[in-house]
Design a protein around this ligand. Sequence first.
Ligand code: CMC
Length: 428
Amino acid sequence: MADKLAKLEMDGKTYEYPVLEGSTGPDVIDIRKLYAQTGLFTFDPGFTSTASCESALTYIDGDEGVLLHRGYPIGQLAEHSSFMEVSYLLLNGELPSKQQLDDFTYTITRHTMLHEQLMTFYRGFRRDAHPMAVMCGVVGALSAFYHDSTDISDPEHRKISSHRLIAKMPTIAAMAYKYSVGQPFIYPDNSLSYTGNFLRMTFGVPAEPYEVIPAVERAMDRIFILHADHEQNASTSTVRLAGSSGANPFACIAAGIACLWGPAHGGANEAALNMLKEIGTPDRIPHYIERAKDKNDPFRLMGFGHRVYKNYDPRATVMQKTVREVFDALKVNDPLFETALRLEEIALSDPYFIEKKLFPNVDFYSGIILSAIGFPTTMFTALFALARTVGWVAQWNEMISDPAQKIGRPRQLYTGPTQRDYVPLSQR
Ligand code: CMC
């Protein structure tokens, strides 16, 4: 029995609903019996006040700008950990011992190859296909190639398919890139790290050896860590909703990729860099700030604002530092970085952005780094999908193992016509 109760008074009757407490963060009113007791639904488009599930993976305090994975702050993980270690943490709940990390890395490394038949699948796409279109298609198609791990009621199947997805995503993303530039696919090299291998599969060519630059490898690994999970965002909720019907994990992750593609979500990193390019020099910033504030103009500052963060996105802080590291390692300097810094400064001192609590999010600086490393803008969201796969998979596993899990089925406020009789075509 919950200690606290929320009361609803209506038509002279009082209904009581338990208030459930998490380990931190806002309490939730458990309204599961609301419809049965009152005949009413709640109305919350965009789920701004709705907790859709119980989860022990990731916690965000949007007012304070805090992001924790299994309790560990993202800043600490980005500085001291690796993507493989964070993946283990998300999947298993605790940081691994050295042996556990070695075993996990070994397992993931051994799953990096793709079924050879998938090569022909790629060749069916147009060369100018967006990498996210290719990712949606290829990841969805994995269930046709790996149906020996699609029995979701078998924990061993779930584990293997999770490992396969995390391991194969860099190969899939790199191949999408190679296909778009007309270069041969590069097979994985198991002597490299997860991230080093991805860089080689993307930028290496068979004609010469590829040398991974450690500072770039580290920066890329950190970018993967920053994108690994982010509680019940749109794509993760999509994965959970798709999975709630019992769909196989490959299909669920393909659904997540489709959702991530949108410019309000994962597509924002591509849109943010395109916006910075369009702005160009700092003297043009005021014009774009005015446009962003104009209600009659659909333009928004991409890489700014967040549903949950009403403070600086902690991932943006790490991302901004990483820009300089990558520039130093590659001995480059993109003037767009200066434009971005100035844009941030101007926006953060503007009453519109202050009042609405709009701060840079993870996507504001990531495009500058990825572009310096050599990725075309169309690959940015594919990289987000690659890194988020572990979060999706961990959330999907958590959902399937939850005994309270039910098929996701929201209700609606119907505003269409009430029942009426069909009118034959001749009488219309
Ligand atoms: N530029 C200008 N105004 C903005 C912006 C922006 N980037 N973001 C929000 N606003 C305004 C918006 O017009 C609204 O004003 P009003 O209250 O006067 O109508 C107010 O701020 C609240 O915005 P909202 O759209 O109701 O907020 P939301 O929580 O539904 O949307 C968001 C969050 C991230 C979709 C939105 O801030 C946005 O479109 N940002 C730009 C796209 C972006 O950077 N997305 C990446 C998000 S982080 C990575 C990820 O999760 O994928």
